[in-house]
Design a protein around this ligand. Structure first.
Ligand SMILES: Nc1ncnc2c1ncn2[C@@H]1O[C@H](COP(=O)(O)OP(=O)(O)OP(=O)(O)O)[C@@H](O)[C@H]1O
Length: 210
């Protein structure tokens, strides 16, 4: 498969001991859910994919994105976006400036238009000048989602991205995230403890491991 995200025989070790092994292909628009007990290496896997593996770990295998092996590339060249739980917006910047952060190219007015559209796509029309401190948790999550999408990633990683939200809000933001990821045809790797997240992503079990 050329397009999508291919985790080719990935093995992550710590202190010489294997922590996690995975071999999976995530097609564009598809969601790979990774579940497992605390400490099993889920976040470490995502840090390997983004290129931020901590020195305590060693990894073998390849990360192939849209047919290119990005394993040796620095994080900023990989085009892999990640959303964390309670993703922090820059507190000293307005909502609009937070969104402008990942935007490259185009004229100032084109960038402005892109931001307006992104906000209205997540039900936050007119929020450009708002201070992030004045937003609800769900509103912050929407801005964080748009910020990562505007950086034009070729794959999206979710690390307990919906965990800080109450049940209703969680389902809403999750649907919104899946919708946008599918619209952009992004392969998604979602780490979660929540069986409802996994059910919402759908599909089938492809690997069971220690
Ligand atoms: N920077 C680091 N240096 C050394 N060990 C680490 C580092 N980060 C995490 N670990 C350890 O590596 C193991 C895997 O951690 P990781 O955060 O990937 O687990 P996880 O499956 O995401 O857990 P959780 O579900 O609790 O978030 C844990 O035992 C953790 O304590």
């Amino acid at each position: 498969m050329d397009n999508g995200l291919h985790l080719k025989a990935v093995e992550i070790c710590r202190g010489g001991q294997p922590l996690l092994q995975i071999d999976a292909q995530v097609a564009p628009g598809e969601i790979l859910t990774v579940m497992g007990p605390s400490g099993s290496g889920k976040s470490t896997l995502l840090s390997f994919l983004t290129g931020h593996l901590a020195p305590a770990f060693a990894a073998t295998g390849q990360v192939v994105l849209d047919g290119s092996d990005v394993t040796a590339q620095p994080p900023e060249h990989r085009k892999i976006g990640i959303l964390f739980q309670d993703d922090l917006l820059f507190p000293h910047l307005s909502v609009g400036a937070n969104l402008a952060f990942g935007l490259r190219g185009g004229t100032k007015s084109e960038r402005q238009k892109t931001i307006e559209t992104a906000l209205s796509d997540v039900g936050l029309k007119g929020f450009e000048t708002r201070d992030p401190a004045t937003l609800s948790g769900g509103q912050k999550a929407r801005v964080a989602l748009m910020r990562v999408l505007l950086s034009d990633p070729k794959a999206l990683l979710l690390d307990e991205a919906f965990s800080g939200l109450d049940t209703d809000r969680r389902a809403q933001i999750r649907d919104l995230t899946f919708d946008h990821a599918r619209k952009k045809n992004l392969p998604v790797v979602m780490v979660t403890h929540d069986i409802d997240d996994a059910k919402a992503a759908g599909g089938r079990v492809i690997q069971l491991g220690p």
